[in-house]
Design a protein around this ligand. Structure first.
Ligand code: FAD
Length: 305
């Protein structure tokens, strides 16, 4: 997907994750599948290892540092005393179908907003070809399950209704903004565990990878100094904030602004943005739209500038 400024990718997620594991193994990592971390070894107020369970066998791996990349509500983070709990109101419930036999354009991503379609979130159609796409949505504070909203959404769209479902993914995405503290003695948190996910889009793969690289760099430096103390690992948080902190906070502000708007106001903004975008803007139209917008919507738009 290539826009005027950005290039994005639609992934085959299972293959993508598999290849990451292969690359890690080829680089010398010991990959352990079907292995569950059920506790941390904490000595002298510092994380010194992980208790693991694989095929019913329990064992301890001692180490100098742990990277908690265990996803939403990170238990590993909590075991180390970091607050990774997400407010229920700030957790989106997501459902996504892979669908074939639908009419989509492989270069066009579709987004749908509104309280009827996806309250507190949005619906998406991310094409993987001209008749195949990931069709999903995320919702918050809603009174029906995400799957029900998704089925209703698909039934309401002529170009999707006739499709067949070939895959289903469901899960939560935390849109609260990053956790307050992402490091402690002998541990750093990365990705959804640290709530690095963009609060506006719910996209977390890119940020998780970017912060994973930063964590790796900081841990190598810590190894060279042989210092995995909290003071030493604070550098990780400083660097990830420098890399994505402003973008996350901006998305959080926009998300909070959008929450205050009703569907009619969203339509007005979409109309305004599309007219501005395609260069056919008539100043009289813009003025008219602005005159009709309530003060809080104008304030919200000004906040975007
Ligand atoms: C339906 C849906 C659609 C999405 N679509 C997009 C999208 O289009 N683009 C995008 O960028 N993001 C998307 N996201 C968000 C994205 O999936 C996450 O932000 C991303 O996967 C975060 O990566 P992560 O490695 O931090 O966590 P995860 O991908 O959640 O990985 C955490 C891993 O840790 C393992 N784990 C957890 N606890 C333990 C334990 N105790 N011991 C051992 N292993 C453990 C889990 O099994 C899991 O494999 C979507 C999410 C959902 C639910």
């Amino acid at each position: 997907m290539t826009g005027e400024e950005y290039t994005g990718y639609v992934l085959e997620r299972r293959l993508f994750d598999k290849y990451l594991a292969i690359y890690a193994a080829e680089a010398g990592a010991e990959v352990r599948t079907r292995t569950y971390a059920y506790d941390l070894l904490i000595k002298d107020n510092a994380v010194k290892g992980v208790f693991l369970k694989q095929f019913g066998k329990k064992f301890l791996v001692e180490c100098k540092a742990v990277v908690g990349a265990d996803g939403i509500e990170s238990k590993i983070g909590r075991m180390a005393g970091l607050n990774t709990r997400t407010k229920l109101s700030q957790m989106t419930s997501n459902a996504q179908f892979e669908m074939v036999g639908i009419d989509v354009h492989e270069d066009i991503m579709e987004f749908y907003f509104g309280r009827e379609v996806a309250p507190g979130g949005y619906a998406w159609v991310f094409p993987k070809g001209n008749d195949i796409a990931n069709v999903g949505l995320g919702i918050r504070n809603a009174n029906k399950p995400a799957l029900e909203y998704l089925k209703n959404f698909i039934n309401s769209k002529e170009h999707l209704r006739k499709g067949r479902v070939t895959g289903v993914v469901v899960g939560g995405v935390p849109v609260q903004g990053p956790v307050e503290k992402t490091y402690s003695n002998g541990i750093v948190l990365v990705g959804d565990a640290a709530r690095h996910v963009d609060p506006l889009t719910g996209g977390g793969i890119y940020n998780a990878m970017r912060c994973g690289i930063i964590a790796g760099e900081v841990l190598i430096e810590a190894l060279e100094r042989d210092d995995f103390s909290e003071e030493s690992l604070a550098e990780y948080e400083r660097r990830w904030k420098q890399a994505i902190g402003n973008a996350l906070m901006r998305s959080l502000r926009v998300k909070e602004g959008l929450e205050k708007l009703n569907d009619e106001q969203l339509n007005q903004i979409a109309k305004l943005l599309s007219e501005l975008k395609f260069g056919s803007v008539d100043l009289k139209d813009v003025t008219k739209i602005f005159e009709e917008l309530p003060p809080d919507v104008i304030e919200f738009l000004q906040g975007l500038l």
